[in-house]
Write a protein that binds this ligand. Sequence first.
Ligand SMILES: NC(=O)c1ccc[n+]([C@@H]2O[C@H](COP(=O)([O-])OP(=O)(O)OC[C@H]3O[C@@H](n4cnc5c(N)ncnc54)[C@H](OP(=O)(O)O)[C@@H]3O)[C@@H](O)[C@H]2O)c1
Length: 318
Amino acid sequence: MRVFIAGATGAIGRELVPLLARRGHEVTAMSRHGAAAAAAADRVDSVAADGLDREAVARAVAATEPEVVVHQMTALGGDLDLRRFERTFARTNRLRTEGTDNLIAAARDGGARRIVAQSFAGWPYAREGGPVKTEEDPLDPDPPRAVRATVDAIRYLERAVTGAEGLEGIALRYGGFYGSGTSLGPSGEQTELIRGRRFPIVGDGGGIWSLIHIHDAASATAAAIEGGDPGIYNVVDDDPAPVREWLPYLARVLGAKPPRHLPAWVGRLTAGEHGVILMTAIRGASNAKAKRELDWVLRYPSWRQGFKELAIGADRRR
Ligand SMILES: NC(=O)c1ccc[n+]([C@@H]2O[C@H](COP(=O)([O-])OP(=O)(O)OC[C@H]3O[C@@H](n4cnc5c(N)ncnc54)[C@H](OP(=O)(O)O)[C@@H]3O)[C@@H](O)[C@H]2O)c1
């Protein structure tokens, strides 16, 4: 099958492109610079286009006539500054709104059948009720001001993709990425913070995190490219867990000292309201639908297995 991937050089694209090539697909890998990490692989062509340039995207898609178009464009490469969350996410929000519109139009005009787009399950679910949410549960109706535009952009992307006329639309709500090439990779920024005891548990550490190894995020994406009904799927592991459980475990596995504890009011001063919410109030997500309907089998059903490989840098094993 011919597959067009916008955002092919990011954390997920670097796993996904070679995986699709190994599964026999012909891949066109788009980024602004056109040099896909896996460009040397057979069955992979690279193309340069800015996702915010409607004509350039239309030309790139039309030239390859893909059956499936994939949206993996974000702009999260810099440091995540929780105090300046809006600024950090501004470009990503545009890629999730204008960028999505551009890709949908290009997919439709280029004769594609399906579009698969990156969404997020890490923290947007409503902070009420049970600890683990399904795709049917509402997103946060009243997010803190700093993240409102980001939640709005996520909603926009999901509606646009799943409502795209003439296309089978799938939005994948990934959990928090970890593994090679992510900020929670063997030498990622977050991993270094944990090693240096600079990633504290705030308040009671009761925020539930749903994580996903980048290998499993890519294999779920390949499954959604190849099949599955249109709609929204959580792509997370089997083991949603509170920060007070996974963070000390990861510190131990890395050979670091246990994380420090900060009262919520101190956390608010250093990481803002959303930072405290991430640590104390967010909900996790269920992967039951993706496992059932995408016929997806995880290599790392729990972060308990996946984290062990971060310590030895062995998560590049295939
Ligand atoms: N669910 C999650 O936890 C999640 C999701 C996403 C990212 N992250 C984290 O955020 C960090 C950075 O993510 P990342 O490595 O994927 O890098 P990124 O800088 O967010 O870029 C992602 C992809 O989008 C492309 N892109 C960005 N702006 C574009 C534009 N205007 N037009 C076309 N393509 C564009 C990038 O290529 P070019 O820049 O070359 O154009 C790249 O291929 C990593 O630590 C990652 O783990 C986490």
